[in-house]
Design a protein around this ligand. Structure first.
Ligand code: MOS
Length: 726
């Protein structure tokens, strides 16, 4: 199905199942512990041996030699895969480092060996006997020191004459904000089981993008893609950290070949932060010039970040291209080359930390011009895309998000004077931020089968990373085929299934569900052909097909299958397709101890049709929790001498949980976006992490009168400035 013009009225506008809160069909499996995650696939291959990963203890240099004799002689050991035995493997899709091989060390905890044994304990014990001899090299690990000389990553995005307009502006904000490196901290670490059958490899793994993994593993092992099967039906969180192949996959495959048995490898938790990818730190300078009336005349956002050679920085300026009007603009990205671990996608890459700067700068501007922060945003709402004015917004309801949020949150009760509201020993503040994240849709394919008993089976290599893919795909198939959702079976994550968009960039829901629709339409036509009616004029409802004055049951068609993909036309390039939110927070700060408590959070989201309000709400709530981490807690601390993240486990890297927050509320506007897909639905998961952190920071300022511009906002940065109390 080619989607090459905006959607018109279709069956989803009268939907009975799509758009209704539907409990996750995989929910019972999850809560009963019977949804098997990669490391728990005990039944898929006999005689699984255990691999233990040895990570390099230096960040830069080479391994001169590695003594494996004691490790090989240890009880239960079946074999060892050593980095000195293989050439550096090809980089997988999306990756900027080779995951294994060679004597060079380019990052801390880079895998240098995988010890395989009969039991996990034996593998772990033997791994301690591996003796590498390092020759340490000099590396660049200090971002703050490097950033000033950082080259521009791309041509800056400019419009008008920023410098003159800024110089002439009656009100000027010029602030620098910093955000730290962060790790995904997903519950399920990266894990894989590998089994060879002759030349054919099967990998049961945990990955967001099955087709990329299949192709990457074929490249890495130098084998035919057709000889690699990937199976990733359940993923215990990814957040971008499982978009690309990780070392467990490579090591399991190599180790299984070496020992001639299936091998399972999970990355030990302390390796995950340094060995896999992370969200890079940023230094962001925001300059906003405005009239005394609050209208922005000049806006500049410069962002410095870093990566390994060939990689991009954390591109934090994207929302600044879209959110506010202003005729004179300068947006620039700088990327330093450092020898820290690879930086790559983490939930809403770019925008998530970008909002922590832009949306606080807007709060600072609101105070400078003496205008309510919501009114300031409304005043600067653009008519067309402000940086690319040739583009019209497909649908944009940011003002409604802010207004409706203000109403529901009780914004009118906010005291604009910072530090003025106190309840006992608590200072109370309220903050607001706008949220923006793009609304992409990608090519995606699905196969659908009608079984003899009328059941519908849907197969696609789409993944469910805790997001609810199983359920929305079942909803769309049930709606389109006119059957109850209980009659639909969804199978995901297998490379033997048609290639989907995968899970990432909040494109998964609308793309994969649209492809399920496309495949269902193809199946309806196949049924019509078999039974002799025109499927496009027929109604499929309640298990019954009505075509003219004839009536059929789905079972009349016997067994049939159809496959189709949704593919998106160029017309979309004329539009700016985005998702928008108004984020609100009420925060309490203890005047004696400085402790922060997030009392209330609200997100009002504009993301087109919401396919399943129940699972979409869970997505947004989870992202809001993560935003609390970004604003108040999370930071990978860099050891600048030795080049590694110090707090590389879940004891040292603090993340918030849902219970840390008083109440969280999510409201979805009833909007439709005709440009995005036949479903008129956009992604919403990442929108939930774009803005709430800034709302928290603004609430903190409103509570205390202290601006902390270096995230996370931790006690050490403000305790001394808290107002003196008697
Ligand atoms: Mo997302 S950071 O594209 O998984």
């Amino acid at each position: 199905m080619k989607f090459d013009a905006p959607a018109t009225r279709n069956l989803f506008d009268d939907a009975k199942i799509v758009g209704k809160s539907t409990p996750r069909i995989d929910g019972p499996l999850k809560v009963s512990g019977t949804a098997p995650y990669a490391y728990e696939r005990h039944d898929v291959a006999n005689d699984q041996a255990y691999g233990w990963v040895v990570g390099a203890a230096i960040a830069k240099g080479r391994i001169a030699a590695m003594d494996l004799a004691d490790a090989l002689a240890a009880p239960g050991v079946l074999g060892i895969v050593s980095t000195l035995d293989v050439e550096p493997v090809a980089k997988g899709i999306g990756a900027n480092v080779s995951l294994f091989g060679g004597d060079r060390i380019d990052r801390y905890h880079q895998p240098i060996a995988c010890v395989v044994a009969e039991t996990l304990e034996q593998a772990r014990a033997a791994a301690a006997l591996v003796r590498p001899r390092y020759e340490g090299g000099k590396g660049a690990f200090d971002f703050e020191a490097a950033y000033k000389d950082t080259p521009q990553a791309e041509e800056p995005d400019t419009l008008g004459d920023f410098a003159s307009a800024f110089a002439a502006a009656p009100v000027r904000i010029d602030r620098t904000y910093t955000t730290p490196a962060e790790t995904h901290a997903m519950m399920e670490p990266h894990a894989s089981i590998a089994a060879w059958d002759g030349d054919k490899l099967t990998l049961w793994t945990s990955n967001q993008m099955v087709a990329w993994t299949q192709e990457s593993m074929a490249d890495i092992l130098n084998i035919d893609k057709a000889d690699v099967r990937i199976d990733s039906p359940y993923v215990g969180g990814g957040f971008g950290g499982k978009l690309f192949v990780s070392a467990d996959c490579v090591l399991a495959a190599m180790a299984a070949r070496t020992v001639g048995r299936p091998v399972k490898v999970a990355l030990q938790r302390p390796l995950v932060a340094n060995l896999t990818t992370h969200r890079q730190a940023t230094i962001q300078r925001l300059r906003i010039g405005a009239g005394n009336d609050g209208r922005i005349t000049a806006i500049a956002h410069e962002n410095w970040s870093y990566n390994v050679p060939g990689g991009d920085g954390e591109t934090a300026t994207m929302q600044t291209k879209v959110l506010y009007a202003g005729a004179n603009r300068l947006i620039a990205e700088y990327c330093a080359e450092l020898d820290l671990p690879e930086g790559n996608a983490m939930r809403a890459p770019g925008e998530a930390p970008g909002h922590l700067a832009l949306e606080v700068a807007m709060d600072e501007l609101a105070e400078a011009v003496g205008i309510d922060p919501i009114e300031l945003r409304v005043l600067n709402e653009p008519e067309r895309h402000p940086t690319s004015p040739e583009k019209a917004f497909s649908d944009r309801n940011l003002v409604r998000c802010l207004r409706e949020g203000a109403e529901r949150f009780g914004w009118a009760a906010r005291n604009p004077v910072p530090g003025a509201r106190r309840e006992g020993q608590w200072l109370i503040g309220m903050g607001v931020a706008a949220g923006y994240r793009n609304g992409p849709a990608m090519k995606s394919a699905t196969r659908i089968r009608l079984e003899g008993d009328g059941r519908i089976v849907v197969e696609t290599d789409m993944t469910d990373i805790g997001t609810g893919s199983y359920t929305i795909i079942a909803q769309v198939a049930a709606e389109t085929m006119g059957v109850p959702i209980e009659s639909v079976t969804v199978r995901l994550g297998d490379s033997d299934f048609p290639v989907s968009c995968g899970s990432g960039g909040q494109f998964g829901a609308t793309s994969s569900a649209s492809s399920a629709y496309a495949a269902c339409v193809a199946l309806r036509r196949a049924i019509g052909k078999k039974l002799g009616f025109d499927a496009d004029d027929a109604t499929f409802a309640d298990g019954t097909i009505r075509a003219g004055n004839r009536q059929f049951s789905l079972t009349d068609a016997g067994e049939l299958s159809a496959e189709d993909e949704i593919d998106f036309g160029k017309f979309k390039q004329d539009y700016a397709v985005g998702t928008y939110a108004g984020h609100f927070c009420e925060l309490a700060v203890n005047i004696y101890t400085g402790e922060t408590r997030v009392r209330r959070m609200l997100a009002v989201c504009d993301a087109g049709r919401i396919l399943n309000p129940l699972s979409a709400r869970s997505q947004v709530i989870g992202a809001m929790v993560m935003s609390v981490g970004m604003a108040l807690m999370e930071e990978l601390v860099v050891d600048k001498r030795f080049g590694f993240f110090v707090n590389h486990d879940l004891a040292g890297y603090e993340v918030p949980v849902h219970a840390d927050i008083g109440t969280q509320e999510v409201v979805f506007l009833d909007t439709l976006d005709d440009v995005v897909s036949p479903l008129k639905a956009k992604g919403v998961g990442e929108l939930g992490i774009c803005g709430p952190g800034a709302a928290i920071a603004n609430a903190f300022y409103n509570a205390t009168g202290i601006r902390v511009r270096d995230y996370p906002i931790t006690l050490d940065k403000y305790l001394a400035q808290l107002p003196a109390v008697a």
